[in-house]
Design a protein around this ligand. Structure first.
Ligand code: TLP
Length: 355
C-alpha cells in the first residue's frame, strides 16, 4: 500500500520520475511531527533537533551534526566553515555545488572555484594534484576539495571506499580539507553494500539530505568534528538558518534515518529494471554505470527528437522526467515508484521513441 497522503499526482496515476525530492512524508513522519517535543533550537534547547543531530552524527561516524534547511545551505555552510574569502575550492566541473547552487560559494563566500574533471562521477587524486599550484605571489591559496557521492550529473555514480580513501589521503598530504556533498550518500552506501560510515568517516565533513530518497519533507544534515560544527552553527545563523521550534520538522528526519535508509535498495533494483528495459528500445542509449543507484540518464538523440520534445511527449502519457541537456533526460526512482510504474514508464518511452 502506498504510505502517503493522497495527492493529485498519485490520484491521477502519473508516474513522477522528476526527482526523489518529490517524495512525501510517511504517515509515521506525520505522527512524529505532531507529537514532537520542541524548544528553541537557536538556544540548542529543542530536544527533537538535538536527538536528530546526535543520531545523524552517530550514523555517519562524526562527533557532531547540524540540522540545516536544505542541501544547498549545508554545502554552503561547509565551504564557508572550511575556508576564508579569497581561497580556492577544488570542485568537479559537473558538481552540484558548482552548477546548481546559484554560485553561492562565490557570491557569499568570496571563494574561487577551481574546476577538475568529474565527468565519470569521480574526482581522482591526480586531478586534485593537477589543480594544486604551490606557493606563488600571484596565486590564491587552495583550501578545500569538494566531492559528490553519489554524483548527480553523471547519473548517480558512486565513489567507492578505496577511491574516497585515496582522494582524502591526497588532500591530507597537501593540507587541504575535504567535504563530501553526500546529498544521496545513503544511496551510494546501499549500492556499495557498506555502512555509510565507511565512506563518510574518510572526509572532514559531509552533508546529506533527509528530503530526497529518505522522504522527509524538509532538511539536510551537516556533520563533522565538534569544533567544525560549532563554527558551522554560527554560519547557519548568519545565513538566517537558525530555526526555533524546528523539532516539528526534525521529527520527520529522525524517522527518515531510523526507517527509510534500509529500503533504498528497492529503488536501485527498480532503476535497474528501467535501465534494462530502456536498453531494448531502439534509439535510446542509457548512460550506464558500475553501481546502480536511483538516477537514470537516457540519451534520446537516436530517436531524432530533442530531449525537450521527448519530455513533452512523455508528459502527455502521464510520465514526468526532466531534461538534463539537449539530448539527455533524467529519471529518478524513489519510494512512490512501484513495479507497475516502471512498466508504464517503459511503455511510454517505447511509444515515444518508435513513433
Ligand atoms: N538536487 C536536486 C535539484 O537541485 C535538481 C535534484 O532533484 O537532484 N547536492 C546534490 C548532489 C543534489 O542533487 C542536490 C539537489 C543538492 C545538493 C541540494 O539539495 P537541496 O535541494 O536540498 O538544496
Amino acid at each position: 500500500m502506498k504510505d502517503y497522503f493522497d495527492n493529485d499526482t498519485a490520484m491521477a496515476g502519473i508516474v513522477d520520475l522528476r526527482s526523489d525530492t518529490f517524495t512525501l512524508p510517511t504517515s509515521k513522519m506525520r505522527e512524529a511531527m505532531a507529537k514532537a517535543p520542541v524548544g528553541d533550537d537557536v538556544f540548542e534547547e529543542d530536544p527533537t533537533v538535538n536527538r536528530l543531530e546526535a543520531l545523524a552524527a552517530d550514523i555517519v561516524g562524526k562527533e557532531a551534526a547540524l540540522f540545516v534547511v536544505s542541501g544547498t545551505m549545508g554545502n554552503l555552510i561547509a565551504t564557508l566553515t572550511h575556508t576564508k574569502p579569497g581561497d580556492e575550492v577544488v570542485l568537479g566541473a559537473h558538481s552540484h555545488i558548482y552548477g546548481y547552487e546559484v554560485g553561492g560559494i562565490s557570491r557569499i563566500g568570496g571563494l574561487i572555484p577551481r574546476l577538475v574533471d568529474d565527468s565519470q562521477g569521480i574526482i581522482s587524486p591526480e586531478a586534485v594534484l593537477g589543480a594544486l599550484r604551490g606557493e606563488n605571489i600571484h596565486y590564491a591559496p587552495t583550501a578545500l576539495v569538494c566531492m559528490e557521492n553519489s554524483h548527480n550529473m553523471s547519473g548517480g555514480r558512486v565513489t567507492d571506499v578505496e577511491q574516497t580513501k585515496a582522494l582524502a589521503a591526497a588532500c591530507r598530504e597537501h593540507g587541504l580539507k575535504i567535504h563530501m556533498d553526500g546529498a544521496r550518500v545513503f544511496n551510494a552506501a546501499a549500492a556499495l553494500d557498506v555502512p555509510v560510515k565507511r565512506l563518510t568517516q574518510l572526509v572532514d565533513s559531509v552533508m546529506f539530505c533527509l528530503s530526497k530518497g529518505l522522504s522527509a519533507p524538509v532538511g539536510s544534515m551537516l556533520a563533522g568534528d565538534r569544533e567544525f560544527i560549532g563554527r558551522a552553527r554560527k554560519f547557519r545563523k548568519i545565513l538566517g538558518g537558525g530555526m526555533r521550534q524546528a523539532g516539528v520538522i526534525a521529527a520527520a528526519g529522525v524517522v527518515a534515518l531510523e526507517e527509510m535508509v534500509e529500503r533504498l535498495g528497492e529503488d536501485h533494483a527498480r532503476a535497474k529494471r528501467l535501465v534494462d528495459g530502456l536498453a531494448n528500445i531502439p534509439g535510446l542509449k542509457v548512460v550506464a554505470s558500475e553501481y546502480q543507484t536511483n538516477i537514470v540518464l537516457v540519451d534520446v538523440e537516436g530517436t531524432g527528437l530533442s530531449s525537450d520534445e521527448f519530455v513533452e511527449a512523455l508528459a502527455l502519457k502521464g510520465i514526468k522526467v526532466l531534461t538534463r541537456n539537449a539530448t539527455v533526460l533524467r529519471a529518478v526512482i524513489h519510494r512512490h515508484v512501484e513495479d507497475g510504474d516502471i512498466d508504464k514508464a517503459l511503455e511510454g518511452f517505447s511509444q515515444v521513441a518508435t513513433k
